[in-house]
Design a protein around this ligand. Structure first.
Ligand code: NI
Length: 230
């Protein structure tokens, strides 16, 4: 499922992110991928150890925590701390598939904790007219989709998809990106739950028969109970 989540950050928050990232120390994005990814990846990233990355990543997660559309679509169980990248001067990332399992940082002495990447997310931090190119191009079972969203908006897409970022030929494209493991592993099941939840919300808002809405809400939770891995 591809889902556009608008206004995860408001314009004031985007301005704060941009100001902080303008003075940041960027590093080669090849450092966070294996040899196959490194062949096609040409961008800059904030280093994993950067305090700014941690601080802005927390701010992204805080913004998502108050976003019911994101929660309904992703049903996140675990989320990798958000990262930040920058494409400019022809920078691009050729077709690739995201790693399927990633290690989460844990306190020293704790057992290792992995995250299965079910859902990939890109949060755009530049307006589309600030740069040329830079579209996120996603190949899924329904074909190829080009995504270039307003600053502050998020795209959610299956981590199983092949995707790429087109070369940025003017200006710079800044974004945050991260992965979530969902309570519901299967993309199709997750999509059905999302549609059902959206229908229940719409019926509730239109003062539909409360008993019928209650029964549908029961169906939602019983499906989630059946499918959720906790
Ligand atoms: Ni990717």
């Amino acid at each position: 499922m591809l889902l556009h989540v608008p206004a995860v950050l408001d314009s004031g928050q985007v301005a704060q992110f941009r100001q902080a990232l303008d003075g940041a120390d960027w590093t080669d994005g090849k450092q966070t991928v294996g040899p196959q990814g490194a062949k096609v990846k040409r961008n800059l990233q904030l280093p994993e150890s950067s305090p700014l990355r941690a601080q802005l990543g927390e701010a992204v997660l805080a913004a998502l925590a108050g976003n019911p559309l994101y929660f309904s679509a992703v049903l996140p169980a675990r989320t990798l701390p958000p990262r930040f990248n920058r494409y400019e001067g022809g920078g691009q990332y050729g077709f690739h598939v995201d790693g399927s399992v990633m290690a989460l940082a844990v306190p020293a002495g704790s057992p290792p904790l992995n995250l299965r990447t079910d859902v990939s997310c890109t949060l755009f931090l530049c307006e589309p007219d600030e740069y040329d190119g830079g579209e996120l191009i996603i190949n899924d079972t329904y074909g190829e989709h080009e995504v270039k969203l307003p600053a502050g908006d998020l795209i959610v897409y299956p981590s199983s998809s092949l995707h790429r970022v087109a070369p940025v030929t003017r200006g710079a494209r800044l974004a945050s990106f991260f992965w979530a493991q969902s309570l519901v592993r299967d993309d199709g099941q997750r999509q059905m739950l999302f549609e059902l939840d959206a229908s229940i919300q719409a019926l509730t808002a239109s003062n539909a028969d409360p008993d019928a809405v209650l029964r549908l809400t029961g169906v939602y939770h019983n499906l989630l109970r059946r499918w959720a891995e906790t």
